[in-house]
Design a protein around this ligand. Structure first.
Ligand code: SF4
Length: 223
């Protein structure tokens, strides 16, 4: 019995494995997945892995990125990575939908949660904002599934992300694709791919609060 089973914690990677096995047995056309992406580095492994099985529409929707130049730079890196993957031509083609840049929405939802540390309630609201828009798009495109790259980050609560995804799946009537991409060295692979494709890797999550936390951490770290 593995640790997750012993602790009665759901293993979302195993759930994804089972689902992929079932899709392979069922055969037919590749299923359409709308994959929310936070940035090119996090998406690098997720796309390498999932584009073997799914026709993917990447949805770049991140109003949490407070600084516009940072936001634009991350979008361009996302597009560059997708173009490079598509040029290889060894998997299903990936397309991208760029969501609106609406940082006011994030600032509104974070009111009263300014002092919340990274990983707390503000992040849960931030996840929900981005996943809800992804579910909306998946419904509009009549996609088979929706998911997010966010579960690759060791700093993000994969259980919470999956719980929110499952809740939205019920509201929008689009199946949620369970994931915990950091398992099986997904995060490590994303670091390797980022180096291989020379991707810009930011040192903070996206909002002004996370940037301030990152600066504080850097100041505490001795040379
Ligand atoms: S730290 Fe990241 S997930 Fe949390 S609120 Fe800021 S941008 Fe959103």
């Amino acid at each position: 019995m593995c640790y997750d089973e012993f602790m009665n914690v759901r293993n979302y990677q195993k759930e994804l494995d089972k689902l992929i096995e079932k899709l392979k047995r069922d055969g037919g056309e590749p299923r359409h997945l709308v994959l929310h992406s936070c940035c090119a580095p996090c998406s690098s492994y997720c796309l390498e892995y999932l584009s073997q099985y799914f026709r993917i529409t990447v949805f770049y929707y991140n109003p949490n990125i407070t600084l516009e130049p940072e936001y634009r730079h991350r979008v361009e890196e996302q597009k560059r990575l997708i173009a490079a993957y598509n040029a290889k031509g060894d998997k299903y083609l990936i397309d991208i939908v760029e969501g609106d840049y609406e940082p006011g929405l994030f600032l509104e939802l974070s009111k009263g949660l300014e002092d919340c540390p990274e990983g707390g309630e503000r992040c849960f609201k931030c996840f929900r904002m981005r996943l809800e828009k992804t579910a909306e798009l998946a419904k509009e495109l009549k996609a088979d599934y929706f998911a997010t790259t966010l579960t690759i980050s060791p700093l993000k609560n994969a259980q919470k992300l999956n719980e929110i995804g499952e809740e939205l799946s019920k509201s929008y009537g689009v199946p949620w694709l369970p994931s915990d991409f950091k398992k099986r060295n997904g995060y490590k692979r994303s670091v390797e791919l980022s180096a291989e494709y020379d991707l810009y890797r930011q040192d903070y999550c996206g909002c002004g609060f996370s940037k301030a936390e990152s600066l504080k951490r850097a100041q505490k770290t001795p040379d």
